[in-house]
Design a protein around this ligand. Structure first.
Ligand SMILES: [Zn+2]
Length: 212
């Protein structure tokens, strides 16, 4: 609860800052919202510091204390599925991938250093299925995070290992030729379809004529 004094102070600050009056009720509500926001920030800062302290004695980390997103793959994690260590909170597959150096640790700190396979669709119009094919062909390089069963959990494409993906305008010749070939196949298909359609039409026309 905000004190009467605090609300009045808020009214004064508001007037100085924006050059107009704010009602007591509005000042109270805005002030309360601000206080709530600071509470959240303060609380998260406090939790962060607490975790940092814990890490000094629990070097390998500990389970997360609530619901979070994995900082690598964004999967929801909780006390039983997530782990916190010096690189932040992660799901188990991503944690293992960092530990076993399948993915570099900087991936945890810099989400702008890589693409996940499903992001290629919106950035480069490369469907995940196509992307997997390009990975198999070696055109794209992916670090594959696996789950407990050894199945792929997530594909991480480091920007530094895939220079063609950083700038869509400067694609490699390999990717260009892939696209060119795909376009060619596509065009050929359209042409064949058109020819088929025309042949059908002609057949129908002939049949109609012979009836007359
Ligand atoms: Zn993850």
């Amino acid at each position: 609860m905000l004190s009467d004094e605090a609300v009045k102070e808020f009214q004064e600050i508001y007037k100085k800052k924006f050059g107009k009056e704010i009602s007591y009720q509005d000042a109270y509500e805005s002030g309360q919202r601000l206080v709530n926001l600071f509470k959240i920030l303060w609380e998260s800062d406090r939790k962060d510091k607490q975790k940092q302290r814990r890490l000094k004695t629990e070097l390998d980390g500990f389970p997360v204390d609530g619901t979070y997103n994995c900082i690598v793959c964004h999967t929801y994690i909780n006390e039983t599925t997530g782990w916190y260590d010096k690189y932040g909170q992660k799901c188990f597959p991503c944690r293992r991938a960092v530990k076993e150096k399948v993915i570099p640790a900087f991936v945890c700190k810099n989400s702008d250093s890589f693409y996940m396979i499903w992001q290629l669709k919106s950035y480069f119009n490369i469907h995940p299925q196509t992307a997997r094919k390009l990975i198999r062909q070696g055109v794209l390089k992916a670090r594959i995070i696996t789950n407990d069963n050894g199945q792929p959990h997530e594909y991480i494409l480091l920007k530094k290992e895939n220079p063609d993906l950083v700038d869509p305008e400067r694609r490699s010749s390999a990717l260009k030729s892939y696209h060119r070939n795909r376009d060619k196949v596509f065009k050929k298909q359209i042409k064949e379809d058109k020819q088929k359609f025309r042949a059908e039409q002609e057949k129908l026309l002939k049949r109609a004529k012979s009836k007359n």
